[in-house]
Ligand binder design. Structure first.
Ligand SMILES: [Zn+2]
Length: 350
C-alpha cells in the first residue's frame, strides 16, 4: 500500500481542550502520526512523502474568511493583553445570534465550533500540510487512472484530522476537511460520482455539511449515537441531505459498546448503499477511534474486527483512498491500522 505522509506534521501540536468542564491535555498529539508511520513502515508499506499542491484545493472547499482567520488569528491573538498561547473561543454564536463579528475574540467563537480545536503557532501550516497529504493521495489515484491502472488505492496519513471541519468552521481537532478536499479533487479531475464512507467513531459532521446539498457525493457515516456523544447536534438517521442532495447522505448511529459482528452488519448495509450509488471513487474517512482500547472509547472493535472491516471495504473493489481521521494513543493503535490495511489489500487484490 502506498502511504502518503508528511514528516513535518509535528509543527501542529495542540496543548489543551475542555472536556466535561475540565481543562485536559489535547489527545490529538504528534505521537499519533509517529506511531502510525512507524507501524506502516514496519509492516513493509511504501511510504511516500507528500508534495505541496498549494492552497487551491483547499480554497475549493473552504471559505476565504475562514482560511484567513486560521492563517492570521494566532499572531493577532498574541497581541491581545493577557491572552493564552492558543486561540480558544470563550463565546459562540447561540441560536439567536448569527452575525459575523469584527472582534478577534468574537471571530474565534464564530469560526471555532468548540474548545477542542485550539489554534497554536503552527496550526495553519500543519493543517495545510495535512490537506496536502490528502491531495497527494488523490492525485496519485488520478494519475493511475490516466495511465490505465485500474482500481488502485492509497492511504493518506493526515494529521490533524479533518472530518469535523465545515467550509467555514473548525471543530473537534479538525481545521481543513482533508476528506472533502480530496473528494473535490476527484470531481474536478473528471469523476462524476464519488462516495465517502466515514468509519470514525464520531459523526463526520463537517463532511456531511459540505456535501449536504449535492447529489454527486454520497456521504455515509457510521458512528456513535450522537444523542449521548460528540458532536451531539448532528449525526441522526433522519439527516438525509437537502435539495439536490436529498437521499445522498446516510447516517448510521450505533449504540455504545457496539462489537465487531454488529458493526460489520451495519457496515455491510452501508456498503450495499454505496454499490447501488455506483461511484467511480471510494474515500474512506478512516477513524481508528472505534477501537475497544481508544482513550475516547465508545465502541468495542477488536484488532481482528479492523481486519474484517478492511476485508469488507476491499471487496467493493473500487479505486479507494483511505484518509486518516481520528484514533488516539493506545497500545494497539498501530496494530489496528496494519490490520485494516491488510484486510483491505487481501480482498481488493483477489
Ligand atoms: Zn473521531
Amino acid at each position: 500500500m502506498r502511504v502518503f505522509y508528511s514528516p513535518n506534521h509535528t509543527i501542529h501540536s495542540p496543548q489543551t481542550f475542555i472536556s466535561r468542564g475540565q481543562l485536559k491535555n489535547n489527545p490529538e498529539q504528534p505521537k499519533r502520526a509517529e506511531i502510525l508511520e512507524a507501524s506502516a513502515r514496519a509492516a513493509g508499506h511504501n511510504l511516500i512523502e507528500s508534495q505541496d499542491h498549494g492552497t487551491k484545493p483547499i480554497e475549493a472547499i473552504h471559505d476565504k474568511g475562514y482560511i484567513n482567520f486560521l492563517k492570521n488569528s494566532w499572531s493577532l491573538w498574541q497581541n491581545l493583553p493577557d491572552s493564552s498561547n492558543e486561540v480558544i473561543p470563550n463565546i459562540h454564536p447561540g441560536r439567536n445570534m448569527s452575525l459575523l463579528p469584527k472582534s478577534l475574540i468574537g471571530l474565534a467563537g464564530y469560526y471555532q465550533a468548540d474548545t477542542a480545536c485550539p489554534i497554536g503557532k503552527g496550526t495553519y501550516d500543519g493543517a495545510i500540510l495535512s490537506a496536502n497529504v490528502a491531495v497527494s493521495g488523490a492525485l496519485a489515484l488520478i494519475d493511475d487512472a490516466k495511465n490505465s491502472k485500474k482500481n488502485t488505492f492509497a492511504y493518506s496519513l493526515c494529521r490533524p484530522p479533518g472530518h469535523h471541519a465545515f467550509s467555514d468552521q473548525a471543530g473537534g481537532f479538525c481545521f481543513f476537511n482533508n476528506t472533502a478536499i480530496a473528494g473535490q479533487c476527484f470531481i474536478e479531475n473528471g469523476a462524476k460520482k464519488i462516495a465517502i464512507l466515514d468509519i470514525d467513531v464520531h459523526h463526520g459532521n463537517g463532511t456531511q455539511g459540505i456535501f449536504y446539498n449535492r447529489s454527486d457525493v454520497l456521504t455515509v457515516s457510521l458512528h456513535g449515537d450522537p444523542s449521548d456523544y460528540y458532536p451531539f447536534f448532528s449525526g441522526y438517521s433522519d439527516e438525509a441531505g437537502l435539495a439536490m442532495g436529498k437521499g445522498y447522505n446516510i447516517n448510521l448511529p450505533l449504540e455504545k459498546n457496539t462489537a465487531d459482528q454488529s458493526y460489520l452488519d451495519t457496515l455491510n448495509f452501508a456498503i450495499d448503499e454505496i454499490i447501488t450509488f455506483k461511484p467511480e471513487i471510494l474515500i474512506i474517512a478512516l477513524g481508528l477511534d472505534i477501537s475497544e482500547s481508544d482513550p475516547l472509547a465508545f465502541m468495542s472493535i477488536t484488532t481482528d474486527g479492523f481486519y474484517r472491516i478492511g476485508q469488507a471495504i476491499g471487496r467493493i473493489k473500487l479505486p479507494t483512498l483511505m484518509i486518516q481521521e481520528g484514533g488516539y494513543i493506545s497500545d494497539i493503535l498501530g496494530d489496528n491500522l496494519i490490520a485494516i490495511l491488510g484486510g483491505f489489500e487481501e480482498t481488493h487484490h483477489n
